[in-house]
Design a protein around this ligand. Structure first.
Ligand code: B12
Ligand code: SF4
Length: 524
């Protein structure tokens, strides 16, 4: 194969920004797969330029103007940024390829704007693309490996891409690692519910941890595993064999069911500084949090006691909740979350508005069948700027009133102070304060209030939310225009809109699927 000039963009910012928080945090959101592709492409003898787009770069200057192929990794919230970039680089003669969460969730939409759209991607999938390497327009080709790759290049091999990315952030430098793919649990709302669990190569992980200690005085590793610690002892044995206890700081997403007290002791001993367990709901998903059939206030008490126990061992804990689930009704779920905050002042609450990300989960077919999916542009699908599923048990005004009240309660001066006092460690304490007073706490409260006010005052809002009109309120179009900056002019015609029922339409010919209940189960 001839030597190709390959560009890779890892989009972690929807558009240009100057925000201080973005300067500190965005490079820490870098994804693993774009770096993996960079390693594989170089191993195949190609010339690679990788840019992690944090919102501060001029991509047209940083990437060569004569690329043969451009790979873009994007979340759905960055789909329009990716579409505009594809448009620009296609005009310059490049073949464009999209991968990442957006490609997995909305392939049929992305195919209109890319030559290739990739689902699961292994070395062979990459080879197929590079060998074919031709224009597929107007509809791109959708390719996916049969399963997740068995192995991925580790930190040492990805270092040539990790190092320049981390140079972009002045203080906190998180190295992305992954110890497993898939998950043995099958929570029906999750993109990994059908993906078999597989550990990555322990020898590579061990070597990577040792290597990191040669690069930093005290490295900080963010595990990107969907559920870290499923084979708990194997992973902790590996860490203990690799490095002296506590010489590396770790952050991970783990389900509560994995965080028993003996496990917490071992995590503390080995430098785990941040954990992000999912609570999701007080009325469902008990399997994930090991609360079984417990519901309501009983579940609040049990989870609160568990999270307070975690906080004794791990300084930073974020508990994740989904707002607007079908099992929720009335003010009780919101009130229960407030009681949880009272009982667990040290935990930072992460709230997500229920969002159906296209093909992410079979459960989304149920929402589509019930015609409950709204066509909010991808730009707003990041779990907070829009909720694209009409709530089953709430009117929109009522729902936003509850969300506003809960957000306000979570970030009052009193709540911030209580969180500060109940948290150990300077970094954890101040990180909680910064998150509360920046876009995440105060920022979202202001935004939700604006949405709620417009439901009463903006004549375009209510009909759109009630699915009586398709016309996107100008408020949202203006926001995309502002956020995309100069990329707005390069958006392909019609690409602001997508078919929110694309998944259902493509599945219609297949056997009628049975309704998927919101209950987790464990696959052996
Ligand atoms: C780790 C993780 C994070 C980490 C790291 C993010 C990152 N930049 O990688 C953190 C905590 C920072 C994070 C943040 C967010 N996340 Co997140 N996250 C995950 C998680 C748990 C694992 C993803 C992962 O790395 N898997 C391992 C990789 C190797 O596997 P994979 O993702 O399946 O990728 C395969 C293919 O897609 C492909 N591929 C992947 N990338 C690329 C890139 C290219 C160029 C190519 C060709 C191929 C390719 O190859 C891989 C191997 O087959 C998933 C949930 C899950 N269970 O998957 C959610 C998930 C990806 N996150 C999600 C969301 C919504 C977010 C946030 C918007 C949340 C928020 N409100 O802040 C932010 C956005 C951050 C950003 N813009 O970068 C959604 C994405 C939905 C969507 N369609 O956009 C998911 C699916 C969870 C969900 N709600 O269902 N997240
Ligand atoms: S525990 Fe459930 S939500 Fe978490 S990664 Fe596994 S399947 Fe997904």
């Amino acid at each position: 194969m001839q030597k190709l000039h390959i560009g890779i963009i890892d989009i972690v910012s929807k558009g240009p920004t100057r925000a201080l928080y973005a300067r500190v945090m965005n490079a820490n959101l870098a994804s693993i797969m774009p770096q993996v592709l960079g390693v594989w492409c170089r191993q195949l003898g190609h010339d690679v330029t990788l840019v992690c787009y944090t919102g501060f770069e001029n991509l047209l200057e940083e990437l060569p103007s004569t690329l043969d192929v451009l790979f873009i990794g994007a979340f759905t919230e960055a789909a329009h940024t990716a579409y505009a970039l594809s448009n620009i680089f296609r005009e310059r003669g490049a073949i464009t390829v999209l991968g990442g969460p957006h490609a997995r969730c909305y392939p049929e939409d992305a195919q209109q704007y890319f030559d290739y759209v990739l689902g699961f991607t292994d070395r062979e999938t990459l080879l197929d693309v590079l060998q074919d390497c031709s224009q597929h327009r107007p509809m791109g080709v959708h390719l996916s490996a049969a399963r997740q790759p068995r192995a991925l290049p580790g930190v040492r091999e990805r270092w040539e891409f990790i190092e320049p990315t981390l140079k972009k952030t002045p203080v906190l430098k998180m190295v992305p690692m992954i110890g497993s793919l898939g998950c043995p649990y099958t929570c029906s709302f999750c993109i990994d519910a059908d993906v078999p669990y597989q550990p990555m190569d322990f020898d590579v992980l061990r070597e990577d941890l040792r290597f990191l200690r040669t690069q930093f005085r005290r490295p900080l590793v963010a595990w990107h595993d969907p559920n870290f610690g499923v084979r708990f002892d194997d992973y902790l044995d590996m860490i203990e064999e690799a490095v002296p206890p506590g010489s590396i700081d770790f952050a991970a997403e783990s389900s509560l069911s994995l965080l028993s007290e003996p496990h917490l002791k071992r995590l503390k001993h080995n430098g785990f500084k941040a954990l992000l367990p999912g609570v999701e709901s007080w009325f469902d998903l008990g399997g994930k949090s090991k609360t079984g059939a417990l519901q309501g206030m009983d579940k609040v008490r049990q989870i609160s006691a568990h999270v307070n126990l975690i906080l004794k061992y791990v300084p930073y804990v974020q508990t994740n909740f989904v707002l607007g689930l079908d099992c929720d009704e009335g003010e009780e779920p919101f009130e229960l979350t407030k009681r949880f905050l009272d009982l667990t002042p040290g935990a930072f609450p992460g709230y997500s508005l229920l969002t159906a990300f296209g093909r992410a989960a079979a459960l989304n077919l149920n929402y589509q069948r019930a015609r409950r999916v709204l066509p909010f542009p991808f730009h707003f699908l990041n779990n907070n700027q829009a909720m694209n599923v009409r709530p089953r048990n709430y009117g929109w005004r009522d729902f936003y009133d509850h969300v506003i009240e809960l957000t306000r309660y979570s970030f009052t001066a009193k709540a911030i102070y209580r969180r500060f006092s109940a948290t150990q460690g300077t970094t954890s304490r101040w990180l909680n304060v910064v998150r509360a007073v920046s876009t995440e706490g105060f920022g979202r409260l202001k935004y939700y209030k604006e949405i709620r006010a417009r439901l009463d005052t903006d004549r375009q809002f209510s009909p759109y939310f009630e699915q009586e009109a398709d016309e996107l309120p100008a408020f949202y179009t203006d926001m995309v225009r502002r956020d995309l900056g100069t990329l707005w002019d390069r958006l392909p015609t019609g690409s602001l809109n997508h078919d929110p029922y694309g998944y259902l339409k493509s599945e219609r010919s297949a056997t009628q699927l049975v309704s998927v209940p919101l209950a987790p189960a464990v696959r052996l």
